[in-house]
Design a protein around this ligand. Structure first.
Ligand code: ZN
Length: 151
C-alpha cells in the first residue's frame, strides 16, 4: 500500500474517533444491546430502530479506544438505511478483511471507508476493538437483546 493511502486511512479513523457519527441515544429503540471488549476495556451501547427489514435508525454511546469508537461510528454510518441482510453481508466482508488482511478474499475497494480499519489485521488484539460494534449489531439483528462480549 502506498503511504498516501495509508495516511488517508489513518485520517478517516482519526476523524471518526474524534467526531463519532450517530453518537447519541435513540428514543424508544427496538433493540438496545451492550457490547464489551474486556481485553481493551471498550464498552458500547447500541440502539437500533427497525422499519420491517430496514435499519431505520442506529446509534451508539460508550467509551473505548480510538479504533473501537471509529469502528462503531463507521458501522452506524454505513448500515443506516440498509436491510438486515445487507448489514449481515457487510459484517461478513468486514470481518474477513480485518482477520485475513488485504491479501484475503475481500478487497478493500469493496468496503469503501470501512476499509480504513483493514490495517488492524496486523494487530490481532485490535481486531476485537474493530469488530466489537459489529458483533453487537449482529446481536441486535438477531433480536435477542443479549449483551455481547468479545471474550
Ligand atoms: Zn479497543
Amino acid at each position: 500500500m502506498s503511504s498516501d493511502l495509508r495516511d488517508l486511512y489513518q485520517e478517516v479513523v482519526v476523524d471518526h474517533s474524534r467526531h463519532p457519527r450517530n453518537f447519541r441515544k435513540i428514543d424508544r429503540p427496538d433493540q438496545t444491546v451492550q457490547g464489551f471488549n474486556p481485553l481493551c476495556g471498550d464498552k458500547l451501547t447500541l440502539y437500533v430502530k427497525f422499519n420491517d427489514q430496514v435499519i431505520e435508525d442506529i446509534s451508539f454511546e460508550g467509551s473505548g479506544c480510538a479504533i473501537s469508537k471509529a469502528s462503531a461510528s463507521m458501522m452506524t454510518a454505513t448500515t443506516k438505511g440498509k436491510t438486515k441482510a445487507e448489514a449481515e453481508e457487510l459484517f461478513r466482508q468486514f470481518h474477513t478483511l480485518i482477520t485475513e488482511g488485504p491479501d484475503g478474499p475481500v478487497k478493500r475497494e469493496q468496503l469503501g471507508k470501512l476499509a480504513a480499519l483493514g490495517g488492524v489485521s496486523e494487530f490481532p488484539a485490535r481486531v476485537k476493538c474493530a469488530s466489537l460494534a459489529w458483533h453487537t449489531l449482529r446481536s441486535a439483528l438477531e433480536g435477542k437483546g443479549e449483551a455481547v462480549s468479545t471474550e
